[in-house]
Design a protein around this ligand. Structure first.
Ligand code: AGP
Length: 612
């Protein structure tokens, strides 16, 4: 997704803007630009298609741009192809207003035609430029940039985070947000706006999160915030508690590899504070037993890997709670006229807390009276702030586009929440409760044991990286886990892959299995191990090559039929996916490495998808 940074201070702005944009590269982009206001040269705008390094080269690391007020942007194209003209910042026709935008202006064509009828000429194909021109129109009308922004926001429809500077205002930048995140940073040598904390944590940990409809005026000395009626708003400050190194590679070849290795610690940090004296304790979940008993239906809503967590949780929660649990893709849920009412619990899972599909689905569930609980990794993110309750995963900043440690912490936190609810409902026996809890506490160490054999997956990747289509098959929890293994592989290696319920293969898809087809067979759900074995035999009979992932207790039996076997320690069935996912992450990583892919920033993808 697009990245925004803005600065108003006493230091030269351009180097700060470039540094902040570099820290947001992981979000995915196709062009970048900065605008700096100078005393002598008015607005200086530099922007280019391609990597941020090209922009730094163009401006000699920002040294060519003099001025202490500026905005910067990395663009992930939605309207208008990636090129120099469509890159942000966009400038009004008279050259006095520059704007950066993250989001989508739904009614941009109507506004563009209106302005064209007023004689305005446009240079780009973007929706964002329309707002720059509209600002000039209203600024000419009223003579106040703040008022002009207010008038603009009342006319545009869609999602936005704006950073705006005007050559008539030497010390002030203006920001506004609706549906796309924007953070205010209070620094010692100046103040900031940013799409996410990683861009400014080097300069300040003192931040506030803008809410929908708010406008902020940022100067070197102050940040004033107004609501959509222009009434002043007092913003609560937050202190960012993770350190800069957490958002840096720290000597690893890729963020993704670093984050795979961080999983045991991330899982420990997520579960330890929530297990006290042999009980699951969820201080942030304000739900009584009576309220829990009232829920006649439970939805889990998410996208991508977070959705795959929901798939696994469906199996586990139905076992624990003995209630129907429906897992839905957020993009489908919101338009399905969902059966949600005040007796519905809606779990929303999102690493970034900004995924627009998930946010919109949650709002739809709330509108229908559902009780919403968000499982989120980014503190203060939009979903976290709008849900009725939020439980944070403590994975720390996840920079690689392909999620690993956030997925793993979501998985275990959902296991704990399921156990907690089952205890509230009285649907889990004491010894089962204790067994699951003991297994959860042992998980970080077992994850470390799995990570001691990364070279095994490196070897398998070197054997299989040239395949052009790979199947992941499994039953029950293994099928849900296979969905994640398949997505990881597709995302970063660009190999086509498909996860399939192995019992369903014979109903059609098995026609695609031919000599040499690679099948990753998951045999971790030991209750159905015999079935998994028969499916391995079934695809082997058609000539498939089988890489199996199973548990230590089943390794020997699996080795009788599979060509290659990776085994992970045995744990409680509910938690087994947390160990089984690690070989799948490593397999995807090493295959992508063999294929020379851009592992941390895969093509076409963004870390947080804040558009529909
Ligand atoms: C996962 O590796 C992908 N980056 C993607 O599927 C992601 O899980 C999805 O976009 C949901 O993101 P969220 O968890 O931040 O809502």
């Amino acid at each position: 997704m697009c990245g925004i940074i803005g600065y108003a201070g006493r230091e030269q702005a351009a180097p700060i803007l470039l540094d902040g944009l570099e820290r947001m590269e992981y979000r995915g982009y196709d062009s970048a630009g900065v605008a700096v206001r100078s005393e002598t040269a008015g607005l200086q705008v530099k922007k280019t298609k391609g990597r941020l390094q090209a922009l730094a080269d163009m401006t000699h690391g920002g040294a060519d741009l003099e001025g202490t007020l500026g905005i910067g942007h990395t663009r992930w194209a939605t309207h208008g192809e990636p090129n120099d003209i469509n890159a942000h910042p966009h400038v009004s026709e008279n050259g006095r207003i520059a704007l950066v935008h993250n989001g989508i202006i739904e009614n941009y064509l109507e506004l563009k035609e209106h302005l064209q009828r007023q004689g305005v000429t446009f240079v780009s194909d973007t929706d964002s430029e329309v707002v720059a021109q509209l600002l000039e129109f209203h600024y000419n009308e009223c003579g106040s940039m703040l008022e002009a922004v207010g008038r603009c926001l009342r006319r545009i429809e869609g999602s936005y985070a704006f950073g705006i500077i005007c050559s008539d205002y030497p010390n002030a930048l203006i920001a506004a947000r609706k549906d796309s995140p924007l953070i205010l940073g209070y620094g010692e040598h100046g103040n900031f706006i940013a799409s996410d904390v990683t861009a400014i944590i080097k300069y300040t940990r003192d931040v506030a999160y803008m809410d929908d409809g708010e406008i902020a005026v940022i100067t070197p000395e102050s940040i004033d915030v107004f609501d959509d009626e222009m009434s002043p708003v007092e913003k609560a400050h937050s202190v960012v508690d993770w350190d800069v190194s957490a958002a840096e590679k720290g000597g690893y070849p890729h963020f993704m590899f670093k984050e795979i290795l961080e999983q045991p610690e991330a899982v420990r940090k997520t579960i330890s504070p929530r297990i006290r004296e042999g009980r699951v304790v969820l201080d942030d979940l304000h739900l009584t037993a009576e309220e829990a008993r009232r829920f006649s239906r439970i939805f889990i809503i998410a996208c991508g890997s977070s959705y795959h967590v929901g798939m696994i949780s469906k199996y586990n929660w139905e076992r624990l709670l003995r209630r129907p649990v429906e897992v839905c893709l957020a993009s489908e849920f919101r338009y399905s006229d969902p059966l949600v009412d005040e007796d519905t619990l809606v779990i929303v899972i999102s690493q970034s807390g900004e995924t627009l599909d998930t946010m919109a689905a949650m709002r739809e569930a709330k509108r229908r009276g559902g009780r919403t609980l968000a499982i989120v990794n980014v503190v203060g993110s939009s979903i976290a702030r709008e849900a009725d309750d939020v439980l944070y995963t403590w994975a720390g900043p996840e920079i690689a586009v392909a999620t690993t440690k956030a997925y793993s912490t979501q998985l275990v936190l959902m296991d704990l929440v399921g156990l907690y609810l089952a205890d509230l409902l009285g649907t889990v026996a004491r010894e089962e409760y204790d067994a699951i809890l003991a297994a959860a506490e042992a998980l970080p160490e077992q994850m470390r044991q799995v990570l001691e054999h990364v070279e095994k997956l490196q070897y398998f990747a070197s054997r299989y990286f040239n395949h052009d289509s790979i199947f992941f098959i499994g039953r029950n929890l293994d099928y849900a886990l296979g969905m994640e293994g398949s997505l990881k592989l597709k995302e970063i290696s660009y190999i086509h892959s498909e996860a399939y319920a192995s019992g369903e293969l014979k109903h059609g898809t098995i026609s695609l299995i031919e000599p040499g087809t690679l099948v990753v067979a998951l045999g971790l759900y030991t209750a159905l191990f015999d079935k998994a074995m028969s499916n391995v035999v079934e695809v082997k009979a058609r000539g498939a090559e089988v890489l199996a992932v199973t548990t230590e207790s089943c390794r020997e039996r699996m080795e009788k039929n599979a060509d290659s076997v990776v085994a992970v320690p045995d744990t409680h069935p509910i938690l087994q996916p947390s160990l089984g996912v690690i070989p799948l992450q490593l397999f995807a990583y090493y295959v992508a490495l063999q294929r020379g892919c851009d592992i941390d920033k895969p093509r076409n993808l963004a870390k947080s998808v804040t558009v529909e």
